[in-house]
Design a protein around this ligand. Structure first.
Ligand SMILES: C[S@@+](CC[C@H](N)C(=O)[O-])C[C@H]1O[C@@H](n2cnc3c(N)ncnc32)[C@H](O)[C@@H]1O
Length: 199
């Protein structure tokens, strides 16, 4: 049995659970597990989710916020409508400067939680993929700094690699509370971690 096959099989419970529970992606469970530990959705009304397609995290956020709140999902890919009142989605590139303004105009005020599960299309060249992922995470940090309320939460996926420590340093400069997590639903062999920031 190949390692890959075994890894796939290990991952399978989350695929099955996502199907059974009507989530669009197994990634939904990562967000559920992180929120279970940190409770960042508690009292949240406005949530921004960047790199949101196909919409698993949007489903979780939509269930977690006030019904009269708003969750905005942004991706370069079109996100099929969730058909719930409190979610709006747009197609936009997070690396384009004008996207910040477009997003800001969608919210009536400051945002409680900024979520980023952004990841580039993997090229297979690890250094390049890691570099591009950190570039995306930095763009998300810029959004968080512009849009978050005081004491708001920033939850960001970060690939471990040569830029990792430098990026963590940046996060620690901007937030008083910074924790690194690897939720159970994240594959052990993947280099992704999630960093939770507030204050
Ligand atoms: C791991 S997926 C997100 C999965 C999502 N959290 C869910 O639960 O369904 C990462 C997403 O980042 C998006 N992405 C990559 N580069 C982007 C960019 N420059 N601007 C916006 N989205 C981007 C990809 O299109 C992809 O849909």
């Amino acid at each position: 049995m190949s390692r890959r096959w075994l890894a796939e099989r290990k991952r399978e419970p989350y695929h099955r659970m996502a199907k059974e529970q009507g989530y669009r992606s197994r990634a939904a469970f990562k967000l559920l597990q992180l929120d279970q530990k940190y409770g960042f959705f508690k009292g949240a009304r406005y949530v921004l989710d960047v790199g949101a397609a196909p919409g698993g995290w949007l489903q979780v956020a939509s269930e977690a916020v006030d019904p009269d709140g708003l969750v905005v999902g942004v991706d370069i890919m079109r996100i099929e409508s969730l058909e719930v009142e409190n979610v709006r989605t747009i197609v936009a590139d997070i690396l384009e400067e004008k996207t910040v303004e477009t997003i800001r105009e969608m919210f009536p005020g400051r945002v409680d939680v900024v979520l980023s599960d952004l990841a580039p299309n993997v090229s297979g060249v690890w250094d390049l993929d890691q570099y591009r992922q950190i570039e995306l995470a930095r763009a998300a940090l810029n959004l968080a700094k512009t849009l978050l309320k005081p004491r708001g939460w920033f939850v960001v996926k970060v690939f471990q690699g040569s830029e990792y420590d430098a990026f963590l340093k940046e996060l620690r400069k901007d937030f008083g509370f910074v924790k690194i997590e690897k939720p159970k639903a994240s594959r052990k062999e993947s280099a992704e971690t999630y960093v939770l920031c507030t204050n």
